[in-house]
Design a protein around this ligand. Structure first.
Ligand code: BES
Ligand code: ZN
Ligand code: ZN
Length: 503
């Protein structure tokens, strides 16, 4: 995808589609008045008749309007101005771009409008570009003949009143973030035999080479043995693929604080000996979506730095990477593992493997003494049953951090709903033969039990666990920002947490 920024008259652009935005407070804004004049009053007629009002997600298309030489003019309604935010801009642009794509547009030109809750033009441009790029994501590299026509070039047209350099800056930032989300989506969408634990180490290495401030350290199987990371080793035992503990560290000059993102990196979850039925095993290539999001966050930090946006926080990305497979060497139900932290765990279900590898990864993260740990994990089907596919379910041990996650979710548009880290259920994970067991009893709340289990491995470090089993993978194509398959959920949320969090 090519991105261009120009200053001038959008009506003179030689592209397939023009995309405009308006608020219901003023459906015929200054820019659209010019469009209306060129299109001989077609727009004002639709507004006068009430066919188009500018309400949110309302969309109007003029096909080959007289007087403008494009396939379509698309106008997207954004609702009330006072309610508008970065989320509105991202979503509306995605709607417009999807409509252009449906109309077989290959090149589009867009304008940037402001939103009430967005500080400056660079930021509104950034959200607009994110929306455009996220809507045109395709994973078609395995198709001999890719079907859908994807947008090939986007031209952002600044009006004479707008500051061109602010728009250029915003385009660079939006591009950096969207590419990082593309990376997270690609990692999830690639087949499981391709994205192995070692493939994840290579992706991490590629990220680390992009910045002098970023370093990679990887614990291999021998080092995991030396360090007593027996939970990771146990989950990996049934696999031909060796496990790794991946650690990317980003350190700017004079960091204000240190934040660790831990991402579950099960590159394929068969369930282990407690094997999943075939249909539940489908999409289990996405069981490293937490790790993919964490990698996306680091990629975005580095690309944003190149675009002139530097964060002043030290960031760790930690990914326990393994498969969960079956073989004569596989971990067995009833096994007892001594984890990195020293706590012992009785394995009652080999399919509750995420919390096992995270136990060791959280212990590793805690040893770095960060100010906060945020983990992203496709941990439980129960989280999907609780809050559905659009929301993640989160819980944590620190009210301020929980508030930060809630606010960051609102600001980023990545939906998240809090569950209680209910200590009343703590007895569910008490084992009769070890310190802990990895599942609760019958009718226990599995998503919360997962959180309670992880809580055992963070000590007093402020921590939030975000169960992304639902929103990390879209089953259908309904949301124009997401499309079907890996969504990259967590990158926007994580970046917003980094922005909002304070020591
Ligand atoms: N990877 C799964 C959770 C999952 C399910 C992610 C559906 C995405 C979509 C996890 O390892 C798992 O199997 N969890 C079990 C936990 C149970 C045994 C307590 C589950 O959810 O059934
Ligand atoms: Zn599992
Ligand atoms: Zn899993």
């Amino acid at each position: 995808m090519k991105l261009h920024v120009i200053s001038g008259d959008i009506l003179e652009c030689e592209v397939d589609s023009l995309i405009f935005f308006c608020y219901e407070d003023q459906p015929l804004n200054e820019v659209l008045k010019k469009v209306d004049a060129a299109a001989k009053g077609e727009l004002s007629a639709s507004i006068a008749s009430g066919d188009f009002t500018g309400k949110s997600d309302e969309i109007m298309t003029l096909y080959r309007p007289d007087g403008i030489s494009v396939k379509q003019v698309i106008v997207v309604g954004m609702g009330r101005y006072d309610l508008s935010s970065a989320v509105t801009l991202r979503r509306s642009t995605a709607y417009g771009v999807r409509r252009a794509q449906e109309g077989k547009a290959r090149t589009i030109a867009i304008t940037v409008v402001e939103a009430a809750q967005v500080d400056d033009l660079a930021s509104s441009t950034q959200s607009t570009i994110e929306g455009a790029l996220l809507a045109s994501y395709r994973f078609d590299r395995y198709k001999s003949h890719p079907k859908e026509v994807a947008i090939q070039a986007v031209t952002v047209v600044a009006t004479p009143e707008q500051d061109l350099t602010a728009i250029q800056r915003g385009v660079r930032a939006g591009h950096a973030v969207a590419e990082a989300i593309y990376l997270a989506r690609d990692i999830v969408n690639e087949p499981p035999s391709k994205i192995t634990p070692s493939a994840l180490t290579h992706i991490a290495a590629d990220i680390a080479t992009q910045s002098a401030r970023c370093t990679l350290s990887v614990l291999d199987k021998d080092q995991l043995e030396e360090g007593g990371y027996n939970a990771i080793l146990s989950v990996a035992a049934g696999s031909e693929q060796p496990p790794y503990l991946i650690h990317l560290h980003y350190k700017p000059d004079n960091p204000a604080m240190r934040i660790a993102f831990v991402g579950k990196g099960v590159t394929f979850d068969s369930g282990g000996l407690g094997i999943k039925p075939w249909d539940a095993m489908l999409t289990m290539k996405s069981d490293m979506a937490g790790g993919a999001a964490a990698l996306g966050i680091m990629q975005a930090i580095i690309s944003l730095e190149k675009a002139g946006y530097r964060i002043n926080k030290e960031v760790d990305v930690i990914i326990p990477a393994t498969e969960n497979m079956i073989s004569g060497k596989a971990m067995k139900p009833d096994d007892i593992i001594e984890t990195r932290s020293g706590k012992t765990v009785e394995v009652l279900h080999t399919d509750a493997e995420g919390r096992l590898i995270l136990a060791d990864a959280l212990a590793y993260a805690t040893e770095l003494t960060p100010h906060a740990i945020i983990d992203f994990a496709t941990l439980t089907g129960a989280a999907i049953r609780a809050v559905g596919k659009s929301y993640s379910a989160y819980m944590g041990n620190n009210e301020e951090l929980i508030t930060c996650v809630r606010q960051s979710s609102r600001a980023s548009g990545e939906l998240a709903w809090q569950l209680p880290l209910a200590k009343e259920y703590r007895t569910e994970i008490e084992s009769s033969v070890a310190d802990l067991q990895n599942i609760g009893g019958k009718s226990s709340p599995d998503a919360i039990i997962g959180g309670l289990f992880l809580n055992e491995f963070v000590g007093d470090t402020p921590w939030v666990h975000i169960d992304i089993a639902g929103p990390s993978f879209a089953d259908d194509n309904k949301n124009p920002l997401l499309g079907k398959g890996g969504t990259g959920y967590g990158v926007l949320l994580g970046l917003e947490i980094l922005r909002q969090i304070t020591a």
